[in-house]
Design a binder for this molecule. Structure first.
Ligand code: SF4
Length: 390
């Protein structure tokens, strides 16, 4: 007898926005806040072409993709899979891609393996590059270390120099930790003076193997708000485009009813090196729990993406995610701006998808909205004072 039989018909699924492909689980770094286990990061080998082929045949035989989506090669150091892997994979995907659907490829990389050959490949295929960099050396090297414990800042800088000299635009993504809040100005100065096509940041999350974020500290929220206030004002003054600030401004200036994209199945699909797949939040693929079991809901070789909703574990997770959104709706003043948050953070922090507030949403949603709304209001007040004074 099935334990969880919640759905008689498929829920709304997709359209696919992000397909995360783990070309290799291997990573040459050992960043202290990584949510992956040591064992997972030590996996040698790479995804087979059969898995690549079946993923795209499965997708294009389904109703899940619409006219475009992005393939992010990630969850390990993607460049460790090597150029010959991507040459074959990209050609194969291009052969399988129907005319109605555009695909863009993206690497989320630590940059340490980027050389001239990679630059040539990136240009040839117009791949977007997201580089992980946590700010200046003293911050970056605290957490972004290799397997012998050495800081990786110099390698990230070399990669940036090479990308720039090849005219390849790239975005930076930083992880904000307690060390950033302890001394925020070097971080802020770094990202408001260096040139990136976009600058983005995340916070150190309590997730997976990283069982406690350093941001779960005394006065964490208060200090985070101070950091955001200073960074936001300096970014505005310097014309720096920070992804999170722009998204928050859009939320404030153009209020529409929001849904949490990670609560809709198959808008994000995560495919592991062996073809196992998951959905909702990217981090779930590598996690499991006593309550929910595995978050692997199928394998591309034998299970159709369209049929994911028939998987018993999927049904349990889906039902709890929807229940968690209802709790958010009832209890949170920010619901209209948020739509119900990220399932993986609810699971990692609260032990259940059927829950509401997390440190992740408190900092990145509530605190950030509050600070930026205040800054926008202060700017409007200053402008109206100038108009009245004329
Ligand atoms: S801010 Fe947090 S508590 Fe509020 S709706 Fe979003 S996830 Fe739920």
């Amino acid at each position: 007898m099935k334990l969880h039989n919640y759905l008689a018909t498929p829920p709304k699924m997709g359209p696919l926005n992000l397909l995360i492909m783990q070309s290799t689980g291997f990573c040459n770094f050992a960043c202290t806040y990584c949510y992956l286990t040591k064992e997972s990061r030590a996996q040698r080998g790479r995804m087979s072409m059969d898995v690549v082929e079946e993923t795209f045949k499965n997708l294009f035989g389904s109703k899940i993709p619409h006219d475009q989506f992005t393939v992010v090669w990630h969850a390990g150091e993607p460049l460790a899979a090597g150029i010959p892997f991507y040459e074959k994979a990209f050609e194969l995907i291009e052969r399988l891609r129907p005319d109605y659907c555009k695909i863009s490829h993206s690497f989320q990389t630590n940059g340490s393996l980027i050389d001239q050959k990679w630059c040539d490949f990136i240009k040839k295929w117009a791949v977007s590059v997201g580089l992980s960099v946590d700010g200046p050396k003293q911050l970056h090297d605290l957490h972004r270390i290799d397997k012998i414990g050495e800081g990786s800042f110099n390698r990230a800088e070399q990669a940036m120099d090479l990308l720039r000299s090849n005219g390849i635009p790239f975005s930076s993504i930083a992880v904000v930790t307690k060390a950033t809040l302890d001394n925020p100005h070097p971080f802020i100065d770094y990202f408001t003076t260096k040139s990136f096509s976009t600058t983005a940041f995340n916070i150190e999350e309590t997730e997976g193997f990283n069982i406690k974020s350093s941001l779960e500290c005394d006065k964490g929220s208060e200090r985070f708000r101070d950091f955001i206030r200073a960074y936001y004002l300096q970014a505005k003054a310097s014309g720096t485009r920070v992804r999170e600030f722009r998204a928050t401004e859009q939320t404030i200036l153009h209020p529409i009813k929001r849904t949490s994209s990670q609560s809709i199945p198959m808008t994000l699909i995560n495919v592991a090196m062996n073809g196992d797949y998951s959905t909702f939040s990217p981090e779930l693929l590598t996690m499991e729990s006593r309550n929910y079991g595995s978050f692997v809901f199928g394998n591309v070789i034998k299970d159709r993406f369209d049929d994911i909703w028939k998987n018993e574990n999927f049904q349990h997770v889906y039902a709890d995610i929807q229940a968690g959104i209802r709790v958010c709706h009832k209890t949170c003043d920010y619901f209209e701006f948020c739509g119900g948050g990220h399932p993986s953070n609810k699971f990692s922090e609260n032990g259940s998808f059927n829950s509401a507030e997390t440190m992740h949403c408190r900092l990145l949603k509530k605190d950030m909205l509050m600070v930026i709304a205040q800054a926008i209001q202060a700017e409007r007040d200053a402008q109206s004072e100038v108009i009245h004074a004329k």
